[in-house]
Design a protein around this ligand. Structure first.
Ligand code: ADP
Ligand code: MG
Length: 737
């Protein structure tokens, strides 16, 4: 078969419909995908050993001759054994193959092979079980540096390796998109060389060169894309200048005295909003630091100035909670607060939309429904995005830009009196367009660009913050409200489960409530995560676990259940019941990860804790310790991996979110921070930002230089860059496509 970049997986030998489906899960549909699917690690199989000198640990390559014809034996039904002896000048090695009957015919006495496997010693005998073998001189899997790919259930590394080898036939056809000037300035390897060597490195130097080139490339396109986004924001034009009334008026609404840090951040926000330029500010504050009050203040400012504000939460649960607490806080000041989520009945939604268009709602709280079609504001001046890591850089930039984007917004219901003041959150351009920065503002009607306030509890290490938030001003709430006692955290193993249940009971008997978090919704979560060889078994699943707890462990308590697959209405009801104290033990998935605030909850138990990232565990832990009661977090694990254990211990030893995120970065690499899940940034495949600071600044520099020369990337030689950036950012959900 002649492989081209577009050759579908099904045309590769060894791939049928079933495997093609599974490969698709890894994002692999064509030869081009294979070439762009980089190994996560390598195994050095270059060293050849003699039978006598081969070490007993790790897998090794041995060149040896089959000394006899393989013997096939059927031990019992479903168990076939093939055995034979192979020799070299130092001795003999006894091979056993289980359930690989074909080996009987595949190995021929007198021929030389390379065997790759683990050598074991039984008495004086050296043995190897199920080795990989190849004829000398015809090697694909031995005698070289082998790639190790991220996998999924049903797809072996062996399969991926051989598919990728076939795909390499068209490596030369992958179009080079890095401008030559950039390649030369930074001494970057050629594309074809890099592709070949990232998969099957000729040697260590070649691998280094390949990786450097491909990493640079990723960072370069990222930098170019972010620059576009930033320019879009700068093109947004003037912001509303909203005057700052005396603070004591707002202070009198709050049930508490704001902390010094909260007050400082509020002042910064007020200053921005009064400045006449659109605010673009990130508020970083650890869980429980009181970010909501800052959001409330900003919305209050907007409403006092006669404008509308919108707050977007990442989940319905959170939106509803914000709605409850913020309307309680702000209604006394005459602020009309509304809620708009996907869960509302259509008629209700329509009513809310009309009220927004008419200016009958001052402060709207919602989920993504807010950026969906048909939402039109009358005087929108402020957008708050809570728990920003669920929204993403690109989304945020799009938001900031969209309300000034020319073009008639879709109409709602009756025509709202036709002044040119309405603006929509809906983007009318679907792509990053290099655009002419000035075109947008001149055509907009009366409304200037809205202020944008982003709130995040994910502490990001400084190095990463630079890129991720490169286009934002940052405020930090570095102080917790007074009277908080840190959550006591324990790591326990299965043998303490009974004690843990007793502790749950004790908390409940003292009038407290408990969260119990599980990693899965249903039994048998199916495919393993990429990078995991085997699907993890025995993950505690919310449904069965909750049923079991209710029946066998806490028959006398009220056990509730909350997970992402429930209908919004059900979720809402459960959260309300928990907040009202009607549910004592809430078994949940990570839907409760962000922002849920029930001060009476004092214990957080996390099952299979090793399955979560440290920062995520920290977020979860932040759900307790929000009231006046001493709170606890119990991490249950049965991991045998010392690294996982070390991670969990880190969490038990500190409550400092920044420290934890730095530890997470060290232990797990930046994937989690930099993955699209966290920030809406495109997924980086190679870039290890902790280690690649040098490359990163080079890539940023190169991006800047190119964009200085060709701001719109409109020169023919720069078009491929533009296309790449578009594609890279099109992965970011809801924004550019
Ligand atoms: P987060 O930063 O995690 O969003 P919240 O805004 O939800 O934190 O605040 C956590 C809890 O602390 C809430 O119950 C809130 O009412 C309370 N809180 C916030 N600020 C203060 C303060 N200055 N003094 C006392 N309690 C506060
Ligand atoms: Mg919050």
């Amino acid at each position: 078969m002649a492989v081209t970049l577009g050759t579908p997986m099904t045309q590769f030998s060894g791939v049928g419909e079933v495997r093609a489906k599974k490969l698709e899960k890894l994002g692999l549909s064509t030869a081009a995908d294979l070439l762009a699917y980089y190994p996560r690690d390598y195994e050095d199989r270059r060293q050849m050993y003699t039978i006598r000198d081969a070490p007993l640990e790790g897998r090794v390559c041995i060149t040896a001759m089959a000394a006899e014809h393989p013997r096939l034996a059927r031990i019992r039904k479903g168990l076939e054994l093939v055995q034979l002896k192979v020799v070299d000048h130092t001795g003999a090695l006894h091979l056993t193959f289980f359930n690989q009957g074909y080996v009987e015919k595949a190995l021929r006495a007198g021929e030389e092979y390379i065997f790759f496997g683990t050598v074991e010693e039984q008495g004086r005998r050296r043995t190897m079980v199920n080795p990989i073998f190849e004829r000398v001189g015809k090697q694909n899997f031995t005698g070289c540096i082998m790639p190790i790919y991220p996998l999924t259930a049903g797809i072996t590394n062996h399969l991926l390796t051989s598919l990728t080898r076939q795909a390499l036939d068209c490596a030369a056809c992958v179009p080079e998109t890095l401008p030559q000037s950039v390649r030369q300035a930074h001494n970057l390897a050629e594309l074809e060389f890099s592709i070949r060597n990232i998969h099957f490195p000729e040697n260590d130097e070649a691998l280094t060169l390949a990786r450097e080139r491909l990493t640079f490339e990723e960072l370069f396109y990222l930098a170019v894309g972010l620059d576009f986004l930033k320019r879009r924001r700068e093109a947004a034009g003037p912001g509303c200048a909203i005057p700052t009334p005396p603070f004591k008026t707002f202070r009198s609404l709050l049930p508490f005295e704001p902390t010094g840090a909260q007050k400082r951040v509020m002042d910064e926000v007020a200053f921005d909003m009064a400045s006449g330029r659109p605010m673009n500010r990130l508020v970083q504050g650890d869980v429980g630091s009181g970010k909501t009050a800052v959001a409330a203040y900003a919305a209050w400012l907007a409403a006092q100035g006669g404008y509308q504000a919108a707050l977007m939460a990442p989940t319905e649960v959170l939106a509803e909670q914000h709605y409850r607490s913020l309307s309680a806080l702000l209604s006394p000041a005459g602020v009309r607060v509304g809620l708009l989520t996907g869960a509302l009945p259509p008629a209700e939604k329509k009513k809310v939309r009309q009220a927004l268009a008419h200016g009958d709602i001052d402060f709207i709280i919602g989920t993504h429904a807010l950026i969906s079609d048909g939402v039109v504001f009358r005087r929108l001046a402020l957008i708050v995005a809570d728990e920003q890591h669920r929204f993403g850089v690109a989304q945020r930039a799009a938001l900031a830009a969209k309300s000034t984007t020319p073009g008639a917004p879709p109409q709602v219901g009756r025509r709202a009196s036709g002044e040119g003041r309405k603006n929509s959150l809906l983007p009318t351009t679907n792509q990053i367009s290099p655009g002419e920065p000035t075109a947008a503002k001149s055509e907009t009607g009366g409304m200037p660009a809205p202020h944008v306030l982003v709130m995040s509890a994910t502490p990001i290490p400084r190095t990463l913050a630079l890129i991720v938030y490169g286009d934002l001003d940052v405020s930090v709430i570095d102080q917790l409200p007074p009277g908080r006692t840190p959550v006591e955290t324990y790591v326990i193993r299965e043998d303490k489960r009974a004690r843990m249940y007793n502790f749950v009971r004790k908390q409940v008997s003292e009038g407290r409530q408990v969260y119990l978090v599980c990693p899965a919704v249903e039994e048998n979560p199916g495919a393993a995560l990429p990078g995991e060889e085997v699907p993890s078994l025995d993950l505690k699943a919310v449904k069965t676990y909750a049923a079991k707890l209710q029946k066998e462990v806490f028959p006398d308590l009220t056990v509730g259940i909350l997970h992402g697959k429930m209908r919004p209405k059900e979720k809402e009801a459960v959260m309300a019941a928990f907040a009202a104290g009607e549910i004592q033990v809430l078994v949940a998935t990570t839907v409760i990860e962000v922002g849920v605030d029930v001060p009476n909850a004092s214990l957080m138990v996390i099952e299979n804790a090793d399955h979560f990232g440290l920062s995520q565990l920290h977020q979860l832990r932040g759900r307790v310790g929000r009231g006046k009661h001493q709170s606890y977090c119990v991490l249950v694990t049965s991991t045998k991996n010392p690294d996982s254990m070390a991670r969990l211990r880190t969490l038990a030893s500190t409550t400092d979110g920044f420290k934890i995120s730095e530890e997470d970065l060290k232990l797990r690499g930046p994937g989690d921070f930099f993955g699209s899940r966290q920030h809406g940034l495109p997924q980086m495949k190679l870039a290890d930002l902790a280690g690649d600071m040098r490359l990163l600044s080079q890539a940023q520099e190169a991006a800047r230089r190119l964009l200085r020369e060709d701001p719109g990337l409109s020169r023919p030689e720069d078009r491929p860059v533009l296309d790449r950036v578009r594609r890279l950012f099109s992965d970011t959900p809801d924004i550019f496509n």
